[in-house]
Design a binder for this molecule. Sequence first.
Ligand code: CS2
Length: 324
Amino acid sequence: NTTLKRLVVGACLGTALLGSQSLLAADFTLKFGHLANEENIWNQTALKFKELVEANSDGRIKVQVFPNEQLGSEMDVINSIQLGTADMTITGESLQNWAPKAAMMAVPYLFRDEDHLRKTVESDIGSEIEAQITERAGLVPLAWFERGPRELTSNRPIKSPDDLDGLRLRVPNVPLFVDTWEAMGARPTPMAFSEVFTSLQQNTIEAQENPLSLIESASFNEVQQYVNMTDHVRSWIYVVIGKDKLDAMPEDLQQVVRDAASEMQSYEEQLFSEDQQRLEESLKEKGMEFVEVDQAAFAEKARPAVLDALDDEQREIYDAIQDL
Ligand code: CS2
């Protein structure tokens, strides 16, 4: 009958209008690139941020998420954000290349456990690191994620620093990591994350180190036999946005971004703890062998190397973190 027809037509028009709404040019577009793959919790978290920001800004902000280094390596995306051709990424200790204090996010064997790490991030020390990242790199940390400990993967078991014996190891672009692994007896090479798999396959390098989450994300199980449980770095990482981009938004949209970021952070915490339960099993099922190592020997060998590598300002922070 007529009423029913009117209802159906109205519903169709309504849907069409809503649909077209999302096609209306947004006032702001945020290009969010990161190095993990689609399945990784970092990508699921970035998509949650996208959903929240687009909904809560009524489409005035559009977020485009690019996993797998589609916008370039971590360092490239940081440079692109500074140039204004990208807007957001997930980064941490690599920011040491602009802000020396950022190295303190991932100092080998510094954080005793998760509580010690959380206390540090949420203390004045965390704020000091964030302030220098903004001042020196032009990036505003919007949220932080705890990371699983970094583990050393290889094709021969490494149980103590003596086993390193010149191990050709990839590290991210983190001078502190280069210094520490060199002093422990490895031969570290800084390299973008997306180049690691092929370099391992071609034996240009024979090892790398990362949390289990990224070992799985990059399918390192296909080119690495052992996960040596060094737990050599507990760290956190930031979701950052370009300061100029954020400042260019009206206050209400800046608030939408900040509110979405804190909701994203709680969402990631849930995903992170679930992820940590399953990762070891998942990698064992993929054929990786987990090796218990003499962590005390690694920590003992790393400590003088770390202290040697820190400048006075970083050493001050190191001592303050130890006392937390
Ligand atoms: C990743 C990065 O490239 C890698 O190994 O684990 O997240 C790395 O930790 C970066 O240095 C973080 O800034």
